[in-house]
Ligand binder design. Structure first.
Ligand code: GTP
Ligand code: MG
Length: 573
């Protein structure tokens, strides 16, 4: 917990950010990366039995390397609900009798849970062997055994006299008002932006649990498709996930062996007899329907299962109670997986990408530009692509275009999905960046300015080319799908949402031009300055923006905003 005194993490980040202004771009990245690494270390809440250095050797790992490592880790892990009278030491002692524990952590979610990673899968098998079937008197059990178990106290076993350790609230991001206070303790806007990412990004433990839930579900699907895998995609893995974000999963049946066998040379050829369906979509719907039913009927901890099979992308939605994750299971969704890889890659190229995306996503949520309920809102995915496009448009550009990433691709990177060329380089080390040293504060300000004046009515956002294009069709907001160029990822957005977005960008751009809100020293109210000011309720971008616009010119609205802010600050003083 941070207190009002300046904690070491703050000092480390402030020193790094100060250096950032005085040295070149390479050092700038190093600074931000050291801040990131430092923050990650301090945020981590794991109680590891054997501490291991998880940093990759030989540079930044590719998306697939990270995915593979986490999937393998999840297969060696179990999720255990623990009775409140059992303390951590006892849990570890009991479980260690089945093999070496590499790492474990506990968390609270309507009860205490432990995520335990063994060194080998044999330990998991050994644990499963000793687990019994619950006997709850009148209730009948579905005898499906999984790696989600309960640890209970039996008979005369001695209860621990030691007080139980503080467990992590794994999912909980800090409340907004507390975050605002924390932000205002920072020394610069750049530090505020970094602090925001630190407070909301997924922790190591949260990511581990996400992969474990996928692995538990894979065990269910494997009853029918033993060679399948279930992989997380979207914000759980693209580097932009916020604590509490949903868990998007993808049932991958493409790696089933024998699928892509070449025509045999011999005179005889053997193949499976398989049920036929009239389209790929029907196959997906049928598989999801059956797996969804299994999840509903047999999946321990899976509740509120809804099959949404007629959606553009058919899915099964449910809550996984022990983890608290809202889950969406899809199948045959390789393009979305590729989008996640692309976002991950952009986020890894330069630390400013993630920081800016976190701030903009937070800002958008604070002003109801994005929403948890489906509708005509801008989605987090669209918003992230808008930030990427903006960063491509900087001069010099901060991140390369998707076309450039395709040029750098090697033969192993080649990927064509349903006729769409999804090829781009996966090796981060092959990508050379340009020399741009803009600060996070400058970039945030420029982002708002860029979209406050963007010709949304005529132009389309295109990260493949890194240039705006003429809109190919009528749509309030047109953002070309990076891999399916004929599609618009923001087709759902209507005119009034775009108008609100533009009005909010104008307002925030203007606010960031007011020198007296940019630093705590200059601010009228040191408890409300910089980034925190941008998250305050807007005075101009209300639902009836259009009406207001007709009545008063923009300059008048901005003046009244300034006045209202002054009045607010004076009344606090
Ligand atoms: P959260 O709001 O934090 O869940 O962000 P998210 O990125 O996970 O978004 P969401 O859960 O809505 O979608 C999951 C993933 O599906 C995204 O990251 C994209 O990869 C993909 N996706 C979402 N919307 C679209 C879309 O309109 N078109 C395409 N092609 N892919 C999409
Ligand atoms: Mg999601």
């Amino acid at each position: 917990m941070r207190t009002s005194s300046v904690p070491p993490a703050t000092m480390a980040s402030s020193a790094a950010v100060h250096r950032l202004h005085t040295r070149g771009r390479r050092n700038f990245f190093k600074c931000l990366q050291s801040v990131d690494a430092f923050l990650r270390r301090t945020v981590g809440t794991a109680t590891a039995v054997t501490a291991r250095n998880e940093e990759p050797e030989g540079g930044r790992p590719s998306f697939y390397a990270v995915q593979a490592q986490r999937q393998e880790q999840a297969e060696r892990s179990v999720l255990i609900g623990c009775a409140p009278t059992i303390d951590e030491k006892q849990i570890v002692k009991f479980l260690s009798s089945h093999g070496n524990i590499k790492k474990y952590f506990t968390y609270e979610n309507c009860g205490t849970y432990a995520v335990v990673e063994f060194e080998s899968r044999e330990s998991v098998a050994s644990l499963l062997e000793v687990a019994g079937i619950p006997n709850n008197g009148h209730e009948s059990m579905v005898p499906y055994k999984s790696r989600l178990m309960s640890l209970k106290r039996v008979g005369s076993a001695v209860a621990s006299s030691q007080p139980s350790k503080q467990h992590n609230a794994l999912q909980a991001a800090i409340p907004n008002n507390e975050l605002m206070q924390r932000l205002c303790l920072e020394e610069s806007m750049d530090q505020q932006i970094i602090r925001l990412t630190e407070a909301y990004q997924l922790t190591e433990e949260n990511s581990h649990l996400r992969f474990l839930v996928c692995s538990l579900l894979k065990d269910i699907a494997a009853a029918y498709f033993p060679e399948c895998s279930i992989q997380p995609f979207g914000s759980s893995v693209n580097g932009f996930g916020k604590l509490g974000c949903d868990l998007d999963m993808f049932l991958d049946l493409d790696n089933i062996s024998g699928r892509n066998l070449k025509t045999p040379q011999s005179a005889l050829s053997l193949e499976y007899q398989m049920k036929r369906a009239n389209s790929e979509r029907t196959v997906t719907q049928n598989i999801l329907s059956v797996i969804g039913e299994c999840v509903n009927q047999f999946g321990p901890g899976c509740v509120g299962v809804h099959k949404i099979l007629n959606a553009r992308c058919p899915l099964v939605r449910f809550s996984h109670q022990p983890s608290g994750f809202q889950c969406d299971l899809t199948a045959n969704n390789r393009v979305a997986m590729k989008s996640s890889e692309l976002l991950y890659l952009y986020g890894q190229l330069d630390p400013r990408v993630r920081h800016l995306v976190f701030s903009i996503r937070f800002w958008a949520r604070a002003h109801c530009v994005t929403s948890n309920t489906p509708g005509s809102w801008i989605t987090n995915f669209s918003l992230t692509v808008m930030v990427l496009f903006f960063l491509q448009r900087r001069s010099p550009s901060i991140i390369p275009t998707l076309n450039h990433l395709r040029e750098l691709a090697g033969p192993a990177d080649r990927s064509v999905i349903e006729g769409n060329d999804c090829t781009f380089v996966s090796d981060l080390e092959k990508i050379q960046l340009q020399n741009n040293t803009e600060t996070l504060q400058q970039l945030l300000c420029e982002f708002f300015d860029f979209y406050a004046t963007f010709a949304f009515s005529k132009k389309s956002i295109n990260i493949r080319k890194g240039k705006e294009q003429n809109k190919p069709e009528a749509a309030a907001l047109h953002i070309q799908n990076p891999f399916e160029s004929a599609l618009n990822i923001s087709k759902n957005v209507n005119d009034s949402q775009v108008e609100r977005f533009v009005a909010l960008c104008q307002e925030s751009s203007w606010l960031l031009q007011q020198r007296d809100i940019l630093s705590p020293k200059r601010a009228r109210d040191p408890a409300l300055w910089g980034l925190a000011t941008l998250f305050q309720p807007s005075r101009i971008a209300t639902v009836n923006t259009r009406q207001k616009r007709k009545k008063e010119p923009a300059s008048e609205r901005i003046k009244s905003l300034l006045e209202s802010l002054k009045v607010k600050t004076q009344s606090k003083n």
